[in-house]
Design a protein around this ligand. Structure first.
Ligand SMILES: [Zn+2]
Length: 323
């Protein structure tokens, strides 16, 4: 079964319409893709894209041929390579992509499920330019979901938080997103993840803010703490690569304690397990102002310089540096 994004099956993107709202994916017309289907693509008309040994099998619902297949191919290929670079390999051997072309521009309504094989569904505006697709975060977010096992709806904040956090970092590492832009979004949006009055721990608070940005804030705290404890030799990325390698990602079902233990073993710390225990059942409000100061992240990273003399500046720089 799929993990659950706020009341519906599957993992979805934070900016999408109602999370989990538009699941219907049957009856898609396949694209008239020029290329032959790649090995493992059972849909003969699908567009097969190979990324580091993985087949991304894209069925494109665009009966009017309103968007060029080449644009979609480049976007899927780039998104796959961004995620493969972060994890040192693409997180699944075969993924079906169902792409629905709709009026307008940009990418919307991402959703990843593991009911019978891995599937990502997403809508693309027919008038999207190459620039629109290069700036897209939705498909990277969905592909990041492939790297974490099914851990159950109670812990959906970890699945979504990882997708939100890793999307920004992975794209910055790849050169697909300005480093300042990624930090600007974290600085602006992470306060949305702080517990509100009356809310409980992370496992008890399925609100949008706690799930997406509370989860992302957990990931940032973990990343910084691992790097502090390992003299910046390991980070969350080290843990996530190990979790993927050992579990196989979203095709597998694992307990959260197992997953965190695997991640901690890879970094030689107990950061994931300890931070989870601290946040699991009690609302925790970290001092974000102090965290940004220690990392040297200014109030508006897009117009103000980073502070490279801040105590954790080296950690901030390492997080977005290409490994
Ligand atoms: Zn998601």
């Amino acid at each position: 079964m799929a993990a659950v994004a706020i009341g519906a099956a599957g993992r979805s993107a934070p900016g999408g319409p109602t999370p989990g709202g538009g699941a219907a994916a049957s009856g898609l017309a396949a694209a008239s893709a020029a290329a032959a289907p790649a090995a493992g693509c059972t849909d003969r008309a699908a567009l097969g894209i190979e990324v580091q040994g993985t087949t991304l099998c894209a069925s494109i619902d665009d009966p009017a041929h309103s968007i060029r297949t080449e644009l979609l191919r480049d976007w899927i290929d780039r998104s796959g390579r961004i995620v493969a670079a972060y994890y040192a390999r693409f997180p699944a051997p075969l993924v079906v992509l169902r792409i629905r072309v709709e009026p307008g521009t940009g990418v919307r309504g991402g959703r990843t499920t593991n009911d019978s094989g891995l599937m990502i569904q997403v809508s693309v505006g027919a008038d999207s330019t190459a620039g629109d697709l290069a700036a897209d975060w939705v498909l990277v977010h969905e592909m990041v979901h492939l790297a974490l096992p099914e851990i159950g709806r109670r812990h959906n904040w970890l699945a979504e938080g990882l997708a939100v956090y890793v999307e920004g970092i992975a794209r910055a590492q790849f050169g697909n997103r300005d480093v300042a832009d990624a930090w600007a979004e974290y600085r602006r949006s992470m306060p949305l993840g702080l517990p509100r009055a009356g809310e409980g721990g992370m496992d008890e608070s399925p609100s949008w803010g706690r799930t997406y940005w509370g989860g992302a804030l957990f990931c940032l705290q973990v990343d910084v703490a691992i790097r502090e404890q390992t003299h910046n030799q390991a980070g969350l990325q080290t843990a996530l690569r190990a979790i993927l390698k050992e579990t196989g990602g979203y095709r597998a079902e694992r307990g959260i304690d197992d997953v965190l233990r695997i991640g901690d073993a890879a970094t030689g710390t107990r950061v994931l397990q300890e931070l989870y225990q601290a946040n699991r059942a009690a609302p925790v409000t970290p001092d974000l102002t102090q965290l940004w100061q220690r990392l040297g992240v200014p109030e508006d990273p897009k117009s103000q310089p980073f502070d490279d003399h801040a105590p954790l500046a080296a950690i901030r720089i390492a997080i977005t540096r290409q490994p």
